[in-house]
Design a protein around this ligand. Structure first.
Ligand SMILES: Cc1cc2nc3c(=O)[nH]c(=O)nc-3n(C[C@H](O)[C@H](O)[C@H](O)COP(=O)(O)OP(=O)(O)OC[C@H]3O[C@@H](n4cnc5c(N)ncnc54)[C@H](O)[C@@H]3O)c2cc1C
Length: 393
């Protein structure tokens, strides 16, 4: 099959880019996604102004029908033992949301299909080769190991932080930082009235956050350095729970809504023990996000510290800009790609300023390796990760 645009990765950036391309009148679009929108996905908070992007993509009304959990702002103990409040009461765009991420990703993919985008789920792009002056040839592999070859005039790398394909066209990652997040999801008791604010608490070894999700679920996350996670064993339930209990605000909130009861750790096989998922959260930008016939979007182009809660907003923003840049490229004008490249770069600079300011605000633990390292690493490096990714199994 021949396509105008093939998008590798059907996360928020891939699906939204497909929608944006449809708006630009591009007809033959393929999205290849290795998953099937069946497994848990992490990263749930989106700010109120995401509604502008969803509106621009033409899917705001349908998104509102999805009834994700509304979020009225955040409260945080950051730089101070007491909680400070930052609510969306006076935000012109109203509330933000805590998403069921699996459902949100599936929703975006569904909207793209409804507009005529071809979606291959459970299919991996195994390789991608440039065809002289004609675009790219992709080798697809299905779950049944069947292979298929397709060609495309333009290629979009939307593979997330791995950014697998941009690398093969010569792009390099400029690293800033790397965290590991240890996450547990659990069900709230039916009677609990958990706050609709995101709760954030800085601790000596990192930070915690809690967010209520749709269907009375709760996401509880601790973020730290790979080496600290390994030394403390925070990726194991017993340690995770012990550290959680020592937090001042997070543990209190969970006790108040009796959520902590479901954290009982017991050696009996019947006991309900929550699973801890550990995942890496790198901060970087590619040194180039576009090239002849390709570009990278979302986390494949640049990834932010999860403290920013900007990853999904960024993915949708990139997609709208990418849609316009690709359409003009296909019509013979490559200046759109240059503009896209410089937008991604200046947006990262803005993020860097905010991220550095935020980490500098916490001065309670001057000798803590976590805070020292966050405050030392304030700019991109040309080298590989500033620290080796620790094995944490
Ligand atoms: C712990 C943590 C907490 C976070 N919290 C938040 C938050 O609160 N708010 C927020 O906005 N953001 C948050 N983020 C960031 C957010 O999740 C990402 O920014 C967002 O998912 C980026 O979307 P994407 O489409 O670029 O990449 P992804 O969501 O990573 O999607 C990439 C897709 O590509 C597919 N893929 C990869 N390789 C191939 C291949 N070869 N062939 C086919 N398919 C492939 C993958 O299956 C995947 O579905 C968080 C991240 C972490 C790690």
């Amino acid at each position: 099959m021949e396509y105008d645009v093939a998008i590798i990765g059907g996360g928020p950036a891939g699906s939204a880019t497909a929608l944006a391309l449809k708006q630009q009148g591009i007809s033959k679009i393929l999205v290849v996604e290795s998953g099937r929108y069946e497994t848990i996905r992490i990263g749930e908070s989106i700010p109120p102004d995401t509604r502008i992007l969803l509106d621009e993509l033409g899917i705001l009304e349908d998104f509102l029908q999805e009834k994700h959990e509304t979020c009225f702002g955040s409260c945080s103990s950051w730089g101070n033992d007491e909680l400070g409040y930052n609510d969306f009461l006076f935000n012109p765009y109203g509330n933000g949301w805590h998403l069921d991420r699996r459902r949100f990703n599936a929703f975006l993919a569904q909207k793209a299909m409804e507009k005529g985008v071809e979606l291959h789920c459970g299919t991996k792009v195994q390789s991608c080769d440039r065809i002289p002056s004609e675009g790219f040839q992709l080798q697809l592999v299905g779950e049944d190991k069947q292979t298929e070859t397709v060609t495309t005039s333009f290629l979009v790398d939307a593979t997330g932080a791995r950014g697998s394909f941009a690398k093969s066209f010569g792009a390099r990652k400029l690293f800033l930082d790397q965290l590991i997040c240890a996450i547990a999801f659990f069900d709230l008791p039916p009677s609990s009235h958990f706050s609709k604010l995101t709760l954030l608490e800085a601790v000596e070894y990192g930070w915690w956050y809690v967010a209520k999700l749709p269907n009375n679920r709760l996401a509880t996350v601790v973020a730290s350095e790979p080496s600290i996670i390994r030394e403390t064993g925070l990726h194991r339930i017993e340690n995770w729970l012990a550290y959680l209990k020592e937090t001042k605000h997070v543990s209190k909130e969970l006790v108040d809504c009796s959520a902590i009861d479901s954290f009982s750790v017991s050696s009996t096989p019947q006991a309900k023990v929550p699973k801890i998922m550990a995942c890496t959260a790198p901060s970087f930008r590619l040194d180039r996000t576009t090239g002849n016939g390709w570009l990278a979007v979302g986390d494949a182009a640049s990834a932010f510290d999860p403290i920013s809660s900007q990853g999904i907003y960024k993915a949708l923003w990139d997609s709208l800009k990418a849609g316009k840049a690709i359409a003009s490229y296909l019509h013979g004008d490559s200046r759109g790609l240059e503009e896209y490249e410089s937008l991604i770069s200046s947006r990262f600079d803005n993020y860097l300023t905010q991220r550095n300011y935020f980490y500098q605000m916490e001065q309670r633990w001057p000798t803590s390796p976590f805070w020292q390292r966050r405050q030392e690493r304030t700019s991109l490096t040309n080298s590989e990760l500033p620290l080796a990714i620790a094995r944490i199994s």
